[in-house]
Design a protein around this ligand. Structure first.
Ligand code: HEC
Ligand code: HEC
Length: 306
């Protein structure tokens, strides 16, 4: 209690029902609580109306939501709500609709030939999106997200193919794999040339590392050794393309590396990369879908560069 005249500027004599006294703060016009801490008085600020409204409205909403939507657990079950909405069921229904649609167009990849499929734009558009997903899930770990390859894994987005780049050849590669456990696997053996003399291997290496730069000397000892030992698989000019898994040695699309150390290692120990067989893991339709996708990777890479 205080007799300070500033605390009752309006001269109101009205009593506070709780505290039995009335002190109005002159600055804010609010009541004070009557507490006094060394001359500091606590305002009795009214609770903001907007908060009360918000509380009332959210409470009202919750009552409506309880009635309309699934809400209360009842033993093993729950109240369904008048609207009968269930997001779990809705998700399942939508998923079924999508997979039904997918099964319908995917089935065409099992039966129709590649040219017919490729000509159908309305089919290829959604199919290539699905194929990209399939590729990212199964192939990207080894061949790179854009087919750019990586150390020990061949590039798929250029026009150099070990086993052919048309969809049928790629589908066959996917079915049987390369050096895989499949009975019909494609074989790609780079034999070890450890029986050659060290000087011969060095001469060969000199020749091979110069090939991509077009600076290989045809009269060098390495050229003769190459013709004698290598051309049967890699072609006379080292250009590959003989469908035996031996890559071209004349471009930058290398699997293991065409620097001195890598070539030396290739010659000393040989190479035998493994590409798993996908029969049994992917359906025939999925393999054909992927074959079309992979055959289009070089084109995609070109468009990406523009
Ligand atoms: C475990 C790693 C690995 C995975 C996963 C993998 N590949 Fe391969 N793939 C290889 C290797 C290694 C080679 C090269 C084999 C060799 O040395 O001749 C290869 C070769 C290929 C070739 C032959 C390329 C050519 O020039 O003819 C194609 C096509 C191919 N892979 C496509 C795929 C597709 C499509 C997938 C996904 C379904 C896939 N690969 C998944 C490792 C893999
Ligand atoms: C029997 C066939 C065969 C013969 C002969 C052969 N190669 Fe190969 N070579 C291959 C195959 C297949 C590969 C790919 C191996 C793989 O993919 O795992 C390869 C890979 C290579 C590579 C790695 C290319 C890269 O992209 O990194 C080099 C380098 C190479 N050979 C050089 C030679 C040289 C030099 C000779 C001769 C001394 C030779 N090869 C003889 C089949 C052969």
């Amino acid at each position: 209690m205080t007799d300070d005249p500033r605390l009752n500027p309006q001269g109101s004599e009205e009593m506070d029902v709780h505290t039995g006294h009335r002190e109005v703060d002159p600055v804010t016009g609010y009541d004070t609580t009557g507490h006094d801490w060394n001359g500091i008085r606590e305002l009795n600020t009214p609770f903001p109306k907007i908060a009360i409204w918000a509380l009332a409205l959210t409470f009202l909403y919750s009552v409506i939501a309880w009635v309309l939507l699934p809400a209360w657990p009842v033993g093993q079950d729950y109240t369904r709500g008048l609207l009968g909405l269930d997001q779990g069921e809705m998700a399942v229904e939508r998923y079924q609709a999508i997979s039904l649609d997918r099964d319908k167009w995917l089935a065409r990849f099992e039966t129709e030939d590649f040219a017919t499929l490729q000509a159908d734009d309305t089919l290829m558009l959604p199919a290539m999106v699905a194929a990209d997903r399939l590729y990212q899930d199964n192939c990207a770990a080894c061949h790179g997200g854009d087919g750019g390859g990586g150390p020990n894994f061949p590039v798929l987005n250029d026009d150099h193919w070990l086993w052919g780049g048309d969809p049928a050849a790629i589908a066959e590669t996917l079915h049987v794999g390369i050096n895989s456990l499949n009975d019909d696997t494609r074989f790609a053996q780079m034999p070890a040339f450890d029986y050659l003399e060290r000087g011969e291997r060095i001469a060969l290496t000199d020749y091979v590392i110069a090939l991509p730069h077009g600076t290989a000397d045809p009269s060098a000892a390495g050229a003769t050794l190459f013709a004698d030992n290598c051309s049967a698989c890699h072609a006379e000019d080292g250009g590959g393309g003989m469908m035996n898994g031996a890559p071209s040695l004349t471009d930058d699309a290398v699997i293991y590396g065409q620097d001195r150390a890598s070539v030396n290692q290739t010659l000393r120990a040989g190479r035998q990369g493994v590409m798993p067989a996908w029969t049994g893991r992917l359906t025939d339709a999925e393999i054909n879908l992927l074959a079309l996708y992979v055959s289009g990777l070089p084109q995609r890479a070109l468009e990406g560069q523009k």
